[in-house]
Design a protein around this ligand. Sequence first.
Ligand code: PLP
Length: 437
Amino acid sequence: MSDHTERSAALFDRASAVTPGGVNSPVRAFRAVGGVPRFMASGDGCHITDVDGNTYLDLVCSWGPMLLGHAHPEVTAAVQAAVSRGTSYGTPTQAEVELGEEIVARTPVEKVRLVSSGTEATMSALRLARGATGRAKIVKFAGCYHGHVDALLAQAGSGVITLGIPGTPGVTEATTADTIVLPYNDQAAVSAAFAQYGDQIAALITEASPGNMGVVPPRDNFNAFLAKICKDNGALFISDEVMTGFRITKSGWYGVDGVVPDLMTFGKVMGGGFPAAAFGGRADLMSHLAPEGSVYQAGTLSGNPIATTAGLTTLRLATDAVYAKLDQTSATIQRLVATALEKEGVPHVIQAAGNLFSVFFVESSEGVRQIRDFTGAGAQVLPRFAAFFHAMLDAGVYLPPSAFEAWFVSAAIDDDALADLETALASAARAAAAVQN
Ligand code: PLP
């Protein structure tokens, strides 16, 4: 139970004095749900503990990376050993070779370049696509988030929806002039865009299965359709697996639909809780990158030895058994949520993509069966989510503080945690039911 929040509140005051909004990434703020963000002090398995001593079942998992749970003993030991040998050399190291090999073994990419964040991965993939094709235009989907890359903040999901910012000030019209934004899951819109601009499009980028407008999986064959229309038009198909990669299956969403993109982007799980990300693809495309080719891309801390050690150790521990457990845990949680909300008559839609899922607090249970795009995801009763969120928090469950986010499970969630969750859900469903539409 989170009874006391004085220390979080005091830290939030101090943070707000030195940092905009008191947080270093907007989704950490509680703007969408109200209240004071909790400042965490430690994590252990499926739990995190804040500075006031409140412990929470963690269903955010650092927004994806903590697949194995917090402070996994083997990851911690590997990181400690790596740190004791030095933290960065600015030279190649063995761990980055091994992480590259692990990514190539798990996914269809032939070559990979390591970077430090998902944003860098997508930004670099776009530059490579433009450099390799000699074309300028980029296609993206409304509600898909690919990090805070200027050209891709034309109408993004996640934090941007939550904060209600249309695009964002600071990105010039010239920067997004070559970005075409289309409704997700809409083949006709994609066909029309390619009919008009086909020979100018360098790449189409999509989340492999979107999780940043809530979980909105692709319709059957949508990714295969995207891959084909790109190929037919000489454009590159970029699948962003920063969220789904190494989380949904050993490879990612690729392990579900098997569509082979030209380029892929990864992050989150592959850093094991440290800043590591990557982009990769066909060897002939990747050879355009410096120093082999002329497309420049670089990073002082790219392939950092601590981050690559954490990521490599995490991936090596993420066996088939781990993915089976994640699937089972996710299915159980979805069932518990559905049961609690149904009992209180709270309209909702739960959508999953493998073990990723989210709960949409839709206006009514009549008619709404599936959320297919950003517009559908937007039609939620947000005060109902806020009441649900705070009741869960009070009962010791940490959910994403926004109705437009996926819930992330870890392999550390056990039966005791699930029992705690069931208890929390009963009160949270009552709190949600008390909010009138
Ligand atoms: N792409 C996707 C699909 C993401 O979900 C995110 C982050 O949530 C990013 C890219 C950006 O990654 P990062 O926050 O590491 O820059």
